[in-house]
Ligand binder design. Structure first.
Ligand code: NAD
Ligand code: ZN
Length: 350
């Protein structure tokens, strides 16, 4: 196939100013690959940038290509790349650290101070026809794993790392707070890790219905009831207090309720992004020796996430409820902002 000259990209100039523009064609450095992007999932952070031009920590100050949940087909490889070749289908791990600092060397590269992450200002993202990325942050997909599943490995990897940080394993009683895409992949991962029961909470009955369809053993609708009453419902749904908690909504009342429900020595993985400060029941945390572990994306989890999908233990297909083309990106972001469905997928190439 002749190399494409088309590099149409979805470029955010400022809040609500998304333009389809041609970008320069990328050339691979010695250790890079250039990827013909096929599928890009939309994440809440992309929607924040599009809608507000910022998230809590980062501001769009110059035009930036959006998107970071991506998979595609290798087009060209750099001179030193040995494990990939043109035509390979790959998932892209979007955060690339320095690889040299003590934190990277200790394997915790997600918290490397120099990490560069797709579509986090000022780094361009993957909503582009041709995209350059370091080859060691690309994972070859087996033939039976689709490119949509490849793109969905990104949120799944958040869940895999979250489950590690919450200590989910054989026999865990797991509470997942929030049934958005991250909550749902956390549910799927906890089940794959042989959790005994998983209970999911949300303020939205339709999202809880979706979670039930994805295998939640119980759900608790966050209505006007007190935190104590809701904690009681969680304990009843799990047949005991949760031993592992994945907080996937970030709302302060949800965190407090979860800590109240928690078993002694339970671990809470704090995935959701909420207000910068929260009042938490410190006496409860001390008295039950609870562990609260922050979650910042993931490290060393892409291969595990790919294995969960390739082995059939996690099925991501049902998560994609809406599909758009690159040219329809604006409508895709609007659909995500409106909270339509679960996961919105953009086809950059079919
Ligand atoms: P989402 O907004 O689609 O889902 C959040 C869900 O929480 C929604 O369904 C919402 O109805 C529900 N919710 C709101 N208030 C609630 C409450 N009090 N109790 C229970 N549920 C409540 O978002 P998502 O894409 O699923 O992501 C979940 C969270 O994880 C977001 O805050 C996102 O920013 C964060 N996130 C963090 C990381 C990380 O590295 N830490 C990575 C990805 C996403
Ligand atoms: Zn580093």
């Amino acid at each position: 196939m002749a190399p494409s000259r088309d590099n149409l990209s979805a470029v955010l100039h400022k809040a609500r100013d998304l333009r389809l523009e041609q970008k320069e064609l990328p050339e691979p450095g010695p250790q890079d690959v250039v990827i013909r992007i096929h599928k890009v999932g939309i994440c809440g952070s992309d929607v924040y940038y599009w809608h507000r031009g910022r998230t809590a920590r980062f501001v769009v100050q110059s035009p930036m290509v959006l998107g970071h949940e991506a998979a595609g087909v290798v087009e060209t490889v750099g001179s030193q790349v040995t494990h990939l070749r043109p035509g390979d289908r790959v998932a892209i791990e979007p955060g690339v650290p320095c690889r040299l600092c003590p934190i990277c060397k200790a394997g915790r590269y997600n918290v490397c101070p120099a990490v560069q992450f797709c579509a986090t200002p000022p780094v361009d993202g993957t909503l582009t026809r041709l995209y350059r990325h370091p080859a060691d942050f690309c994972y070859k997909l087996p033939d039976h794993v689709s490119l949509e599943e490849g793109a969905l490995l990104e949120p799944l990897t958040v869940a895999v790392y979250g489950c590690q940080r919450a200590g989910v394993g054989l026999g865990s009683r797991v509470l997942v707070c929030g049934a958005g895409p991250i909550g749902v992949v956390s549910l799927l991962t906890a089940r794959a890790l042989a959790a005994a029961r998983v209970c999911v909470t949300d303020i939205s009955p339709s999202r809880l219905e979706f979670a039930t369809g994805q295998g939640a053993d119980g759900t608790v609708l966050i209505d006007g009831a007190s935190e104590e009453e809701l904690a009681g419902r969680v304990v009843a749904a799990l047949g005991g207090p949760p031993t592992a908690i994945l907080e996937c909504c970030g709302a302060a009342p949800s965190v407090r309720m979860a800590l109240q429900a928690a078993a002694p020595r339970a671990k809470l993985a704090f995935v959701g992004r909420g207000p910068p400060d929260m009042d938490l029941p410190m006496v409860t945390i001390t008295a039950k020796e609870l562990e609260i572990n922050g979650v910042f994306r993931y490290a060393n989890c892409y291969p595990l996430a790919l294995d969960l999908v390739a082995s059939g233990r996690v099925q991501l297909g049902p998560l994609v409820t809406h599909r758009f083309t690159l040219e329809e990106s604006e409508s895709a972001f609007q659909a995500a902002l409106d909270g339509r469905g679960i996961k919105i997928m953009i086809s950059v190439h079919d």
